[in-house]
Design a protein around this ligand. Structure first.
Ligand code: ADP
Length: 491
């Protein structure tokens, strides 16, 4: 309920105010002097004070002064006599909200008090809004500093760039990992801040993110191996605003992986020579060069030779993979036609296809620009894909090779109408040692290393490999290799 205090030395005025304002439903208290008024104000926070300026003892002006110190928000309406309009103006300068001159009509008093109370309500609303805003700002500031602290303390490097490649945010881990002498200034172009040649390619990837989806890339900076995950930052409308890059130090993992690869390479290497010799000696015995062998001996020795051969294949694959993982691939890049590679592969594998009555065809589109590649490695890619096609296709089936230009890439397709791969196996067949296990594959020997080798060689050529397959229908592998810049221009 609205509470009003009337301070006036004239009883008739006090009674009049109580009567008029009481009718409005407001709680009215009175005081006959300034001193009494101040005492009541100390006890209760009133909504409005009606204050006579001319009183014996403490004057209205003095009360006004003290009231402002007590309750700065209390609205004060001063009551003045005829001759004291100037004093009213002075009182308003001292902080009173309004004034009313004596004598006044009840309506005049009601209007002045209503106006003052409206002002009071507006003031309260404005206060509430201000408090809400301040609270909101405090919360935002708190959130911001929380996020800032978290990013600052992260062990992973964080870098945010805008769509033009300007640096927007980074943390100390990034500066440390990229071996920067000083943190890159915000707003600078990233390519101007990073001078390390090893990081140039990585900066280019960040720039290219504007055109595509997230990428992961290993980056070597000095003795550190970093895994960079670069993802686009999109607005709610899907527009790319920039890129966020997280760098993780994987040097330890790399070192452990290297130790494992070295061990595998060493063991494989040591096993290869004695096993080859065993295979050769078995061949000699089987050929009957050392004397006649009976059918049973032939059968057993034949199986032993088959097993030895499978072991040698595994060892050769392991050695290949170790070489690839150690970075010893794509060492002799040259501009060469893919047709030569594909023709050689078909020539080598035709006897294998014929043995299963499988038709092996090669189709080349008219204009096939050269690609920059290590032809030996590329031969291995298609040897693996085509021999898989033959291996996993039943007698009388077909394996087809088709090469064409597709956009800025050369696309080579190896398709078969063989046993196919189910959806749940399909995403794992490029994993090391993964082999699909079912009734159809049980009798087919393999190492589970062919496709991982394919993938790594293709990626070392900055290409990609894709697969589509359906059980019982067949499989289609597509290898995309980037065209040389001059050929892209022609395309
Ligand atoms: P493997 O030595 O076992 O052939 P790969 O790495 O070459 O190893 O292939 C992995 C698995 O993928 C194979 O075991 C096979 O189940 C499946 N696969 C590969 N190529 C084909 C294909 N053309 N048709 C059906 N399955 C295939």
């Amino acid at each position: 309920m609205v509470s009003i205090l009337v301070v006036d030395d004239e009883k008739i005025m006090r009674d009049g105010c109580v009567r008029i304002l009481g009718k409005e439903g407001w709680a009215v208290q009175t005081a006959a002097s300034g001193e009494e008024g101040l005492r009541l104000l100390r006890e209760d926070p009133f909504d409005l004070l009606l204050l006579d300026l001319k009183m014996p003892g403490l004057s209205g002006m003095e009360v006004l002064q003290q009231v402002k110190d007590l309750h700065s928000h209390l609205l004060v309406v001063v009551i003045t006599g005829y001759a004291t309009v100037e004093t009213a103006v002075e009182a308003m300068k001292a902080g009173a909200y309004d004034f009313i001159s004596k004598p006044f009509l009840p309506d005049q008093l009601r209007i002045v008090v209503h106006r003052a109370l409206e002002k009071k309500a507006l003031q309260r609303e404005a206060d509430l809004l201000r408090q809400e805003r301040e609270k909101g700002l405090r919360e935002i500031a708190g959130e911001k500093s929380k996020i800032k602290t978290i990013i600052h303390c992260m062990a992973d490097g964080v870098l945010v760039t805008d769509h033009e490649g300007h640096v927007v945010l980074h943390n100390p881990a990034l500066v440390r990992m990229c071996k920067m002498e000083t943190p890159p200034p915000l707003g600078e172009l990233l390519k101007d801040c990073i001078r390390d040649v090893c990081l140039k390619d990585f900066v280019e990837r960040i720039r290219q993110i504007r055109e595509g989806s997230s990428v992961s890339q290993e980056v070597v900076v000095g003795e550190l191996t970093l895994m960079a995950q670069i993802a686009p930052v999109r607005s709610e409308e899907g527009e790319i605003l920039g890129a966020v890059t997280v760098l993780r130090d994987i040097s330890m993992l790399k070192a452990m992986d290297q130790m494992k690869s070295d061990f595998v390479a060493m063991v494989s290497h040591e096993l290869r020579a004695p096993l080859s010799s065993v295979e050769q000696q078995l061949s000699v015995i089987l050929a009957g060069i050392l004397g006649e062998i009976n059918l049973r001996q032939k059968e057993m020795l034949g199986r032993a030779k088959e097993r030895t051969h499978a072991l040698l294949t595994l060892i050769n694959d392991l050695l290949d993979l170790s070489k690839i993982e150690a970075g010893f691939v794509v060492q002799h890049k040259e501009s060469a036609p893919i047709s030569g590679v594909l023709k050689r592969v078909v020539e080598i594998l035709t006897p294998q296809a014929e043995a299963k009555n499988i038709s092996l065809t090669l189709q080349l589109s008219d204009v096939l620009p050269n690609v920059t590649m290590d032809t030996g490695n590329m031969e291995e890619v298609f040897m693996n894909l085509v021999s898989n096609g033959i291996k996993y296709t039943s007698e009388g089936g077909s394996v087809d090779l088709f090469a064409r230009v597709q956009g800025s890439h050369l696309c080579v397709e190896v398709s078969d109408n063989g046993i196919g791969v189910s959806a749940e196996d399909l995403h794992r067949i490029f994993d090391k040692f993964y082999r699909v296990k079912n009734a159809q594959t049980r009798k087919i020997t393999g190492t589970g290393l062919g496709l991982p080798i394919v993938k790594r060689i293709v990626e070392a050529h900055l290409g990609t490999v894709e697969v589509e397959s359906q059980p019982g229908v067949g499989s289609r592998f597509r290898v995309y290799l980037p065209l040389e810049p001059s050929a892209k221009g022609e395309a």
